[in-house]
Design a protein around this ligand. Structure first.
Ligand code: ATP
Ligand code: MG
Length: 226
C-alpha cells in the first residue's frame, strides 16, 4: 500500500484540511501503528485507506494499483474481497452466532462456496483459539474473545490489507498486545499489510512502522524493525 500526498479536507462549513499531503509506503507483510490525539483525523484516514471515502487530493495505491480512477463497483469489489476491517466495539452482529459472524465477508462480493467458507472459518477460529465457540452468541463472550472473533472475521477472506480502528480500546494493554501480535503475525505470514489506529503507544510501537498524525501532518517515527 502506498499513500502519495493524500489530502483530506472536511466538508461542510469549516472546509478545514484535516490531513495534508500524507505519504507513506507499507510493504507486503508489514504493519503500521497510527497514533494521534482524538480528533486528529485517524479514523478519517483509515476510511480513505479502506476505500470508504475519497481523499480530496493525492493518490492511494493498493497492490501497486492507483485507486483514484476506480469506479464505484470496482471500489466495492476491492473493499469486499481485498480489505478486512476490525472495529473497536459492537462490531459483531448480536443475533448471529460466532460461526455466522466470522463467515459474513464470505458472502460479500464474489461469494465463496459453502465448503470454502466452512474451511476458512474453521481455520481462523482455530488460529485465535476459539474452536468450539461456533454456536455461541457474541454477548456470551468476554471483550477479548469478541475481539478475537472480529479478527477472525477480518482475516477470513485472506485480505491484502487489514485495517483496525482502536481494536484494543476496551482491553488492558497486555491482552491488547497479545491480540495485536496475533493480527500482525497472521497478516505478515499472509503477506498482507496491517494498519492499526490506537491510543496505546506500546501497541503502536510494536508494529513495524509507527506513524503519528499531528497538526494535519503524518510524521514517521524512526526506529529499527521488530
Ligand atoms: N463527516 C464529517 N463532517 C464534518 N466533520 C467531520 C466528519 N467526520 C469527521 N469530522 C471531524 O474531523 C475530525 C477528525 O475526526 P476523526 O474521527 O478522523 O478523528 P480521530 O483521530 O479518529 O479521533 P478519535 O481518536 O476520537 O477517534 C473531528 O474533528 C471530527 O469532528
Ligand atoms: Mg477515531
Amino acid at each position: 500500500m502506498e499513500l502519495r500526498k493524500i489530502d483530506i479536507r472536511l466538508t461542510g462549513e469549516s472546509q478545514k484540511l484535516l490531513v495534508r499531503e500524507a505519504s507513506g509506503v507499507v510493504s507486503e507483510g508489514e504493519s503500521v501503528g497510527i497514533l494521534g490525539k482524538s480528533g486528529s483525523g485517524k479514523t478519517s484516514l483509515l476510511s480513505v485507506l479502506g476505500l470508504m471515502s475519497k481523499p480530496t487530493g493525492g493518490e492511494l495505491l493498493l497492490s501497486g494499483i492507483p485507486t483514484s480512477g476506480l469506479n464505484d463497483a470496482e471500489l466495492a469489489r476491492r473493499r469486499n474481497e481485498d480489505i478486512g476491517f476490525v472495529f473497536q466495539n459492537y462490531s459483531l452482529i448480536g443475533h448471529l452466532n460466532v460461526f455466522e459472524n466470522v463467515a459474513l465477508p464470505c458472502s460479500y462480493g464474489k461469494p465463496m462456496s459453502k465448503k470454502q467458507t466452512t474451511e476458512a472459518v474453521t481455520e481462523q477460529l482455530h488460529a485465535v483459539g476459539l474452536e468450539g465457540f461456533e454456536k455461541r452468541r457474541p454477548k456470551s463472550l468476554s471483550g477479548g474473545e469478541q475481539q478475537r472473533v472480529a479478527i477472525a472475521r477480518a482475516l477470513v477472506r485472506s485480505p491484502r490489507l487489514v485495517l483496525a480502528d482502536e481494536p484494543t480500546g476496551a482491553l488492558d494493554t497486555a491482552t491488547g498486545l497479545q491480540i495485536l501480535e496475533h493480527l500482525a503475525s497472521a497478516t505478515s505470514r499472509a503477506g498482507a499489510c496491517l494498519v492499526v489506529v490506537t491510543h496505546d503507544q506500546e501497541i503502536a510501537r510494536a508494529m513495524d512502522q509507527t506513524w503519528v498524525l499531528r497538526d494535519a501532518e503524518l510524521h514517521h517515527e524512526v526506529k529499527g524493525r521488530r
